[in-house]
Design a protein around this ligand. Structure first.
Ligand SMILES: CCCCCCC[C@H](O)CC(=O)SCCNC(=O)CCNC(=O)[C@H](O)C(C)(C)COP(=O)([O-])OP(=O)([O-])OC[C@H]1O[C@@H](n2cnc3c(N)ncnc32)[C@H](O)[C@@H]1OP(=O)([O-])[O-]
Ligand SMILES: NC(=O)c1ccc[n+]([C@@H]2O[C@H](COP(=O)([O-])OP(=O)(O)OC[C@H]3O[C@@H](n4cnc5c(N)ncnc54)[C@H](O)[C@@H]3O)[C@@H](O)[C@H]2O)c1
Length: 306
């Protein structure tokens, strides 16, 4: 498994082993992170605000697991059933955050992309989680340093940025802040490897590596539609067949979620008002205003309702 040059300078025996994982937010990302953690033999608890969101999360996991098992255990139905049940049994759910972090090795936060909400959540967790627990955020765009602002255990804080769909995408961006200890950073790199991911590292800069490049590209694609330069279909076809991307930018926006995309852009506009490549797209705002959040709601730039 490849690791970053920063990672190569670290001593992998320095890190601790993660056995228990708490995922806060069981949406698109949280469900994928929980699934991958459980598939790699970790005990997992998912926390969300309501039982119905947790039920939805378990449904996402089961559908994804079935896709994986169909390939992995093509000739071994019993093996597939055992795999399914073993993974399922490693995942618990709750709506009580304090209970969920009682004895966990790591917290991975994957809630709404809003700075104040994340800060408030981590302040609470910091007060109740055991001293050894590492706290991480899966934020797409917010500064990890700011998210950790009110947390005492700065040495045990970091960013773990996964990619959608988590069971398929191989990358994990691991971000350290100025207070992150070498032991914590190494633990996060080791954990990424244990999850089967390839890790890269980046300073705590807007969007880290992938989103710093991806978000301006996606926004410009939306602006092309606004200007009437090309249709969504032609933009997507062009980038798939002309640039070799698995999805076109408009399809990808719908896949990521337009509400999350808007949160990212709004957050950046507030933090970096003079950066031209982070400017909002009126069309994106309009579609979100109509309650269309992409694939997960059945409509976005495209319509997915049957
Ligand atoms: C303006 C602001 C925007 C912000 C954006 C930033 C967001 C964020 O912070 C960063 C990101 O995540 S950026 C986003 C980063 N993400 C991207 O860029 C994604 C780009 N898209 C892709 O890579 C591909 O289109 C997919 C892999 C999604 C689907 O592949 P496909 O070929 O089109 O369709 P296929 O044939 O259906 O599936 C292929 C294989 O994958 C398997 N599978 C799929 N989903 C699965 C699941 N949930 N579970 C399990 N398995 C799943 C499937 O079984 C199959 O396996 P096989 O062995 O071939 O039979
Ligand atoms: N969608 C993507 O492609 C993607 C990729 C990488 C990172 N991210 C980041 O991951 C995070 C989650 O994104 P998502 O796409 O999974 O969003 P989502 O809307 O699918 O899920 C968010 C979940 O968090 C829950 N939630 C909100 N506030 C909560 C709280 N205070 N406590 C517990 N649960 C709470 C919601 O009920 C929901 O189930 C965001 O920070 C986003 O920027 C998203």
């Amino acid at each position: 498994m490849a690791t970053s040059s920063i990672a190569n300078k670290m001593n992998s025996s320095l890190g601790r082993t993660i056995k228990t994982v708490t995922v806060i937010g069981g949406g698109l990302m949280g469900s994928g992170i929980a699934q991958v953690a459980a598939e790699t033999n970790h005990q997992v608890i998912i926390v969300d605000q309501k039982q119905e969101f947790l039920d939805k999360s378990l449904n996402i996991i089961q559908t994804s697991l079935k896709r994986i098992i169909k390939k992995k255990f093509e000739q071994d139905q019993q093996g597939g059933e055992k795999y399914f049940n073993d993974v399922k049994n490693r995942i618990k759910t709750t709506t009580n955050i304090n209970d969920a972090v009682q004895s966990t090795d790591i917290v991975i936060e994957a809630i709404i992309e809003n700075l104040e909400t994340k800060q408030k959540l981590f302040k609470q967790i910091d007060q109740v989680a055991p001293k050894h627990t590492i706290l991480t955020s899966n934020t797409s765009s917010l500064p990890i340093t700011e998210i950790a602002k009110d947390v005492q255990r700065q040495d045990k804080f970091g960013g773990l940025h996964f990619f959608n769909p988590v069971p398929v995408m191989k990358l994990l961006e691991v971000i350290r802040i100025s207070g992150t200890s070498d032991e914590t950073f190494q633990t996060l790199l080791n954990f990424g490897k244990a999850l089967g991911k390839t890790t890269v590292s980046c300073k705590d800069t807007p969007g880290f590596i992938v989103n710093r490049l991806l978000v301006p590209y996606l926004l410009e694609a939306a602006r092309m539609i606004e200007r009437g330069d090309a249709t969504p279909e032609d933009i997507d076809t062009a980038m798939k067949l002309g640039a070799g991307y698995p999805m076109g930018p408009i399809e990808l926006l719908d896949y990521v979620g337009l509400d999350t995309s808007k949160y990212i852009v709004d957050g950046w506009k507030k933090l970096y008002p003079n950066e031209p490549s982070f400017q909002a797209s009126e069309l994106l705002n309009k579609i979100v205003g109509e309650g269309k959040f992409g694939r997960k709601t059945g409509a976005g730039f495209y319509n997915y309702k049957k």
